[in-house]
Ligand binder design. Structure first.
Ligand code: NAD
Ligand code: UFG
Length: 345
């Protein structure tokens, strides 16, 4: 029997490419749709190496086009969809809010239209990529799914509105089911070192910046504030290995295919690490101390953010298995063997 096909919009991106590998490992056939606006085409060659040419399919196309989505749903008899396609840079979303609402909003509208048009009585279930950013500055940690939503930038608003759209469509189409996943801070890479995170330009996020300091592309890390109300004064986040996150998506697809009801689930480890802890862990993995300077706080940052992951355990039977050291080891293997990311492919 042919492997059930799962459509991954934005499947050539950081989380999508790792999820493709986890899905293939679990016996699914991932079908990737990406317009490569924030991904390197060479990731496809790397996936060929890891999965073989029969192990996945890919299409260069825009997820804002319902026609394209309908054609893929039909052609591959898609059993479930994971919707990753989105623009994700917080600072850029503040400078270009229309671009963010247009792209992230229209991708999801087109997908929901395609699912409704092609699904007959039972449209393929959906896993929607949301983010811990929907919680803004939380009243308390760990953060449960019931915490209030307080988006503080246009990107975060696109995620809140996306969630609302999914919930509204679920209410209108009672036979359809969706799981909304709110991820905390994904880091690391596939243990092969063949795929990983490859941001364009100067990295916005901590781990890719630290990786580039370790490999000599940047002189030092600037730590954004050492006066936060945390044990060492630097910001605390819930770093999560991208392969754990990828396996969380496989669990969500398994759950929906087994008839599970719609839900909203945090994916995080439930543990917080500070900027200096992460820097120290990475330094011990790459065998030298990494240079840093203390700078001012970054606008919009918060002190502490980590998940209450208990719902992921009870609903999806998922919990993160990999620790901070493994996140750093796998990130370092990827960066060391691809100092310039996919440009080295
Ligand atoms: P990414 O930028 O690496 O991947 C997103 C992919 O979507 C890219 O390959 C991009 O080319 C593609 N894309 C964007 N618009 C498209 C369009 N109109 N048509 C086709 N493809 C399009 O980002 P990622 O880190 O892999 O994130 C995946 C999802 O997870 C996003 O929805 C993001 O908002 C969400 N998320 C990411 C993080 C994180 O820290 N990485 C945290 C929480 C949530
Ligand atoms: N940091 C530095 N120096 C840097 C980069 C980051 O000190 O050069 C610090 C930040 O101040 C923060 C921590 O490292 O304390 C983590 O910052 P990231 O930018 O890596 O992650 P954030 O938690 O700020 O945000 C990320 C994504 C959001 C997403 C959120 C939760 O950028 O889009 O994780 O998933 F919503």
């Amino acid at each position: 029997m042919a492997a059930p096909a799962v459509l991954l919009t934005g499947g050539a991106g950081y989380i999508g490419s790792h999820t493709a590998v986890a899905l293939a490992d679990a016996g699914y056939c991932p079908v990737l749709l990406d317009n490569f606006c924030n991904a390197d085409r060479r990731v496809v060659g790397r996936l060929h190496e890891l999965l073989g040419s029969d192990g996945f399919a890919w299409h260069d196309g825009d997820a804002r086009e319902a026609r394209t989505l309908c054609a893929l749903l039909r052609r591959y008899r898609i059993a479930a969809v994971i919707h990753f396609a989105a623009l994700k840079a917080v600072g850029e979303s503040v400078a270009q809010p229309l671009r963010y609402f247009e792209n992230n909003g229209n991708c999801l509208v087109a997908l929901l239209q395609a699912l409704a048009a092609e699904g007959g009585g039972s449209p393929a279930p959906l896993v929607y990529s949301s983010s811990a950013t929907v919680y803004g500055d939380p009243d308390r940690v760990p953060i449960p799914e019931s915490a209030p939503l307080r988006p503080t930038n246009p990107y975060a608003w696109t995620k809140v509105l996306g969630e609302q759209l999914v919930l509204a469509q679920r209410a209108a189409q009672t036979a359809w089911r969706a799981v909304i996943l709110r991820y905390f801070n994904p880091v690391g890479a596939h243990p092969s070192g063949r795929i990983g995170e490859d941001p364009q330009g100067i990295p916005n996020n901590l781990m890719p910046f630290v990786q580039q300091v370790a490999v000599g592309r940047r002189a030092h890390l600037t730590v954004f504030g050492s006066d936060w109300p945390t044990p060492d004064g630097t910001g605390v986040r819930d770093y999560l290995h991208v392969m754990d996150l990828a396996e969380g998506h496989v669990r969500a697809v398994d759950y929906l295919r087994a008839g599970g009801v719609s839900d909203i689930v945090n994916l995080g480890t439930g543990r917080g690490h500070s900027v200096l802890q992460l820097l120290g862990a990475f330094g011990s993995v790459c065998g030298r101390e990494l240079a840093y300077r203390i700078g001012p706080r970054r606008a919009g940052d918060i002190a502490v953010c980590y998940a209450d992951p208990s719902r992921a355990r009870s609903v999806l039977g998922w919990e993160a298995r990999r620790d901070l050291r493994q996140m750093c080891e796998d990130a370092w293997r990827w960066q060391r063997s691809n100092p310039n990311g996919y440009s080295d492919a």
